[in-house]
Ligand binder design. Structure first.
Ligand SMILES: CC(C)(COP(=O)(O)OP(=O)(O)OC[C@H]1O[C@@H](n2cnc3c(N)ncnc32)[C@H](O)[C@@H]1OP(=O)(O)O)[C@@H](O)C(=O)NCCC(=O)NCCS
Length: 394
């Protein structure tokens, strides 16, 4: 291999490298297509709830009515988090980022779950169910605690999305808001080998337990190039504030080499199909609120960035899932720094499915430890390794 070829390989960030087989989901970046276990994302968003989608991801088939009822009842039973964890969260500084709290909370959940010592698929299924049920509670409990409020106990009458909003505010959300959040959770539940899922699978490949894998995934999701982008989109919209400032903002950001958040994608070359479902939700919520500015600013920002990208690079920049989800969550009165935790409390369904797939080895391979290689470009002393001098003579 020439130096030039070697350089290209090293700079890929694993783009285009297939590292495992999966039966869970597929992304076609040229067609703008996303499927979960064979089903088109638009169909799932139209016709299923988050609970049905989570069931599909975990158990490979859509549930029957009785299977769904059993699954939902199990989730409801698992929603409470131990009082000891609530007490521990109360000791954290109130300005702690909710993603840090979520990552710590996931590890604390492990210490309260004896199933981490039970090998086998049944224990993994139980842990997956608990994580799906309890991550939502962790996020809501932390928001209450940091605002000096008592946690709101989960409401067994409510589905997952509605219950999350209820635990945040103590009020039962209207049916439109609850259903829109439910659709958001369906859309965010899974997306093949993105950075956080890769992190989860890599940790699972060491045979660490599911909480360890999910903790790593939460950390990965927090970054602004991944799940953290949704909060950054909203901060950007708030900073711009006025349609007349969009064009100059775009030019300034691109001139300074900064990213326009919510645009661009490592896999999609066309618009993300999830963004196309979120866009009308943002429009409807904007109209209903009587304050469509966030939707309008989003559209203007997208258009202006596209024009600038065509002029500067001669390419179309696609819109990604984080672009319109930002204004959707803002219209739902979800605090901006909870946007990424909301992403996580949906994506846990996909992470858990991937960890389970990693544990059994997937359809075409046996479980294997991930261990890529690197090229050492550090120092040698001349043609050989350095001679170690005792500390007194260095
Ligand atoms: C997601 C992301 C990391 C993919 O990056 P990528 O794989 O480098 O994307 P591409 O290869 O298509 O980028 C082509 C060029 O456009 C630039 N670019 C991509 N997205 C951009 C954005 N949102 N704003 C400004 N420039 C961007 C890249 O830096 C690259 O520039 P270069 O040719 O001068 O090096 C990138 O698009 C990004 O940072 N987006 C903003 C963050 C975001 O929304 N993340 C959520 C993703 S779901």
């Amino acid at each position: 291999m020439t130096d030039e070829e070697c350089q290209i390989t090293l700079n890929t960030g694993l783009r285009g490298v297939k590292i495992a087989s999966t039966r869970i989901s597929d992304v076609d970046g040229d067609a703008g297509r996303l499927i979960y276990r064979g089903y088109e994302i638009a169909d799932l968003a139209d016709h299923t709830t988050f609970e049905e989608t989570a069931y599909l991801l975990l158990y490979e088939n859509l549930p029957s009515l009785s299977e769904l009822k059993h699954f939902k009842d199990s989730l409801i039973r698992e929603r409470e988090i131990p009082q000891a964890i609530i007490a521990a969260l109360k000791t954290c500084p109130s300005d702690s980022h909710p993603m840090d709290i979520l990552q710590a909370g996931v590890s604390l959940l492990a210490s309260h779950d004896s199933d981490i010592k039970t090998p086998g698929p049944e224990a993994s299924d139980r842990i997956a169910l608990r994580l799906i049920a309890r991550m939502a509670t962790l996020v809501a409990v932390w928001d209450r605690i940091r605002n000096g409020l008592e946690p709101v106990p989960p409401n067994p009458e409510l589905d997952h999305a509605a219950n999350f909003l209820y635990m945040l505010t103590g009020k039962i959300p209207d049916s439109r808001t609850a259903r829109f959040l439910d659709v958001c959770l369906v859309l965010h539940a899974e997306h093949s080998f993105n950075a956080s899922t890769f992190a989860a699978r890599e940790v699972a490949s060491t045979r660490a337990h599911m909480y360890a894998a999910v903790g790593a995934a939460v950390g990965s999701l927090s970054g602004e190039l991944h799940g953290g982008a949704n909060a950054r989109v909203m901060q950007m919209l708030i900073k711009i504030g006025d349609i007349n400032r969009v064009a100059s903002y775009v030019q300034e950001e691109l001139d300074s080499g900064r990213k326009i958040m919510g645009l661009g994608h490592a896999v999609y070359n066309v618009d993300d199909p999830r963004a196309m479902i979120l866009e009308p939700m943002s429009r409807i919520l904007g109209e209903k609120s009587g304050n469509p500015i966030w939707y309008q600013l989003s559209n203007a920002l997208k258009e202006q960035t596209r024009v600038a990208f065509q002029q500067r690079k001669g390419i179309d920049i696609p819109v990604n899932v984080d672009f319109y989800s930002a204004s959707v969550y803002y219209y739902m009165n979800i605090p901006v720094d909870l946007f990424t935790p909301v992403f996580a409390l949906s994506r846990i369904a996909g992470w858990a499915a991937h960890v389970i797939e990693e544990q059994v080895g997937g359809p075409f391979s046996k479980p294997v430890l991930y261990r890529p290689e690197s090229e050492y470009i550090g120092d040698y002393c001349g043609p050989d390794v350095c001679t170690l001098k005792p500390i007194g003579s260095r």
